[in-house]
Design a protein around this ligand. Structure first.
Ligand SMILES: [Zn+2]
Length: 112
């Protein structure tokens, strides 16, 4: 199972959880009493240098099992996101703008 990163918007604590991809978006309890949301920046776009690298970039942490690709695309579309996945299930981003749009619409944290 993959590891997913989380961050608490209240206290800034970060956490990591290994879980099934189907449970990746479930909030994670924080020691401060609030809950942590997914921290895509920590997983995928952790530095400005990475943002300047060649596109497309592929994200394993946002990936799904290959059998779940059609379901994931439909769920993303319902949020207003047009996403692409590689045949092995990794999410594909064509530009930093796509990452920003994904983070904005999905509610994930990221600031490329
Ligand atoms: Zn907290």
């Amino acid at each position: 199972m993959p590891a997913y990163c989380y961050i608490c918007d209240s206290c800034g604590r970060r956490g990591e959880r290994v879980c099934a991809s189907a449970h990746r978006n479930r909030p994670m309890p924080c020691e401060c009493g609030n809950v942590m949301g997914r921290d895509i920046q920590a997983q995928f776009c952790s530095s400005k240098e990475r943002a300047a690298t060649a596109w497309p970039q592929y994200c394993e942490q946002l990936g799904v099992h290959p059998s779940q690709i059609p379901e994931a695309i439909a769920a993303d579309k319902a949020m207003g996101l047009k996403t692409k996945y590689t045949p092995d299930g990794r999410m594909e981003f064509g530009s930093a703008a796509e990452v920003r749009r994904f983070c904005k619409l999905s509610g994930y944290r990221g600031n490329l």
